[in-house]
Design a protein around this ligand. Structure first.
Ligand SMILES: CC(C)(COP(=O)(O)OP(=O)(O)OC[C@H]1O[C@@H](n2cnc3c(N)ncnc32)[C@H](O)[C@@H]1OP(=O)(O)O)[C@@H](O)C(=O)NCCC(=O)NCCS
Length: 165
């Protein structure tokens, strides 16, 4: 049985989390059409098994608009609850800090993420056509096609309103 525990990212985790992103994505720089982020420097939560990080979510707080943006979400042991639990942690923490909205960007090839996020209450609010072409100019390593063979071109912006119960 796979067991893992969740914890908030602290300064002690910075090197391990940087290695996690480099191993998984090649580097820890996330480039969107609206901005760039170094994931290993962001706030977030990790899932840990006995040996290493098996999942991570990072976010950036837009305090002016009261929106928390999910910058990255990755799970190495899929369909065991890691991704869902990381999202729950971020959302509960956002509520505790008086954020009213969560937002995130995914890309048009990621139909799995589209389903995953919709099941968790996120709605597609904007499609930025060819936005990834712009991002690729800043980060040429962004692949041309996704694992499913779909050309990666557009950004999908998704949002969820959260309320205290
Ligand atoms: C999207 C992603 C984070 C999901 O992570 P995950 O760990 O598989 O997420 P979960 O296990 O919580 O949920 C996935 C599915 O497994 C199901 N599941 C959870 N625990 C399960 C279990 N023990 N047995 C069977 N199914 C289970 C969930 O119900 C969920 O299905 P649903 O979406 O239809 O409700 C992961 O697929 C991933 O890292 N993808 C690559 C990176 C990526 O695309 N990130 C998003 C970019 S914006």
């Amino acid at each position: 049985m796979i067991t893992f525990h969740m914890e908030r990212i602290t300064e002690e985790h910075r090197k391990e989390i940087e290695d996690f992103f480099k191993a998984y994505w090649g580097d820890d720089r996330m480039v969107y059409s609206h901005g760039e982020y170094i994931c290993s420097e962001l706030e977030g939560f990790i899932a840990h098994d006995r040996e290493s990080i098996v999942g991570a979510v990072t976010y950036y707080d837009h305090n002016r608009t009261g929106t928390r943006e999910i910058i990255s979400l990755d799970s190495l042991i899929e369909r065991k609850g890691v991704g869902g639990q990381l999202m729950e942690l971020v959302e509960n923490d956002a509520l505790s800090n008086d954020f009213q909205e969560l937002c995130l960007v995914t890309t048009n090839d990621n139909v799995h993420a589209l389903s995953f996020y919709q099941k968790r209450g996120y709605r597609l609010v904007e499609i930025k056509h060819n936005a990834v072409d712009q991002c690729r100019k800043k980060k040429p390593a962004i692949p041309l096609t996704g694992t499913n063979g779909i050309e990666i071109r557009d950004e999908w912006l998704m949002k969820k309103t959260i309320v205290k119960k």
